[in-house]
Design a protein around this ligand. Structure first.
Ligand code: C5P
Length: 214
């Protein structure tokens, strides 16, 4: 069987991150990691060596090399350790943009029914870091945007120096299907219509194959 990516190593982030407020509560999102896992399967069917950095709640099949993380900062440090040996970096994780400024040890009490404030600090942007030091690597990002997202997505692709960016809507989260638009620098955006995440993964792989062969 022809395996066009057999000499390529792909580092892939998948799933949500958790940002703890105290020992039991956290901020997170509804990412299921399905798109990322579909990509892992499609890439490995093409012969690529896939390594996954996965957020909590994602059932990564045992056949993939993977490491589990909780917070965005954990994810960032695992990516930094592995980035050097990757030919392709794909950021499919829904990374929390913020974390609580303080993590309280134990469980926050109701403090007599008074309201409480949480101060949030920005998390590191892993994809932005990767784009800034990619060298000859191919860097792929995702963007979840509502209406009018095309302009923001193109801007993001340029700012984070991605070679490929997959734009999709908020309805993608937790869903089996996706309505992707594929963006590449200097090319016209390509809207692909509603499809399964498996099919979308194969479309993304075709783009990646073109990019690694350049
Ligand atoms: O800016 P925004 O969160 O929409 O960017 C989405 C892309 O950036 C996704 O590919 C996501 O995995 C990545 N990202 C990241 N680190 C963050 C936030 C987003 O790698 N802190």
């Amino acid at each position: 069987m022809f395996q066009p990516l057999s000499n390529k190593k792909v580092l892939l982030t998948v799933g949500p991150t958790r940002e703890y407020l105290d020992s039991v509560r956290y901020l997170s999102n509804a990412s299921s990691g399905r798109m990322g896992l579909a990509l892992a399967r499609a890439l490995s069917a093409l012969g690529a060596g896939v390594e996954i950095v996965s957020g909590p709640g994602v059932a990564v099949p045992r056949r993939f090399r993977s490491v589990r993380v909780r917070s965005a900062r954990d994810m960032f440090s695992r990516v930094r350790e592995r980035f050097g040996r990757a030919d392709v970096f794909i950021s499919a994780a829904a990374v929390s943009d913020f974390r609580p400024a303080r993590r309280i040890s134990g469980k926050m009490s109701r403090s007599g029914g008074r309201s409480a404030r949480v101060e949030l600090r920005p998390n590191p942007d892993i994809l932005d870091w990767a784009g800034g030091r990619k060298g000859r690597r191919v860097v792929v990002g995702f963007a979840l945007e509502g209406r009018g997202g095309l302009r923001r997505a193109s801007w993001k692709m340029a700012r984070k120096r991605c070679d490929l960016l997959i734009l999709n809507g908020p309805e993608t989260m937790e869903s089996e299907r996706i309505r992707p638009t594929i963006l590449r620098p200097g090319a016209r955006p390509r809207a692909l219509g509603l499809m399964t995440k498996e099919r979308c993964a194969r479309a993304i792989c075709r783009e990646i194959m073109r990019l690694v062969q350049k």
